[in-house]
Design a protein around this ligand. Structure first.
Ligand code: GTP
Length: 159
């Protein structure tokens, strides 16, 4: 298996791969890099800050279904097309987590009464260059997963 390895914001080891489900066929977490028209679609978490939507796979649900659901709950957006990009594994102090990374093209965003655990959608033309030092952004946006995933999405001509 080929993967990249690096240390994240919390000094945990992360392994990132763009192969087909290299770490688990049934990952318990998902993260979705979203585009709506010519913008990035993110969400604002009250504690972690701005991040791409995502979360945990629920019982009886596939990871792909969780991705579509989390995007909707956290931003009000409906996914037009979902592409699997890769997977990463974090060896944290509290255990190991495995996440699928997706790229989603958004069809429409319909305002919701509530956005579950977040403050709702955030649209941006460009992601800031200095994410690592910016405390408005979530730790999830601060390691190489984001940079490498966007590189992969561009390489694959998804946008
Ligand atoms: P909830 O509060 O129930 O959502 O769970 P939790 O805070 O225990 O978080 P979760 O199980 O999602 O993740 C456990 C730990 O894994 C986090 O504290 C992070 O250290 C790490 N982790 C989770 N998601 C990511 C991620 O996307 N990137 C990186 N680098 N680490 C992550």
């Amino acid at each position: 298996m080929s993967y990249l390895s690096f240390i994240d914001f919390y000094k945990n080891e992360v392994k990132l791969s763009f192969e087909d489900h290299p770490f688990s066929k049934t990952p318990k977490h998902v993260w979705v890099i979203c585009r709506f028209r010519n913008q990035w679609l993110l969400t604002e978490h009250p504690r972690r800050g701005i991040e791409f939507p995502g979360g945990k796979v629920e019982k009886g649900e596939t990871a792909d279904e969780a991705a579509v659901r989390e995007v909707h709950e956290e931003t009000g957006a409906h996914v037009k097309h979902l592409s699997y990009i890769g997977q990463y594994k974090v060896e944290g102090k509290g255990g190991t987590i495995i996440k699928n990374i997706y790229y989603a093209e958004i069809k429409e965003i319909i305002p919701r009464e509530s956005y579950f655990e977040t403050k709702g959608p955030v649209l941006m033309d460009d992601l800031p260059a200095n994410l690592k030092d910016n405390n408005r952004y979530s730790f999830m946006m601060k390691d190489n997963v984001l940079r490498e995933s966007i590189r992969k999405i561009k390489q694959t001509n998804l946008f």
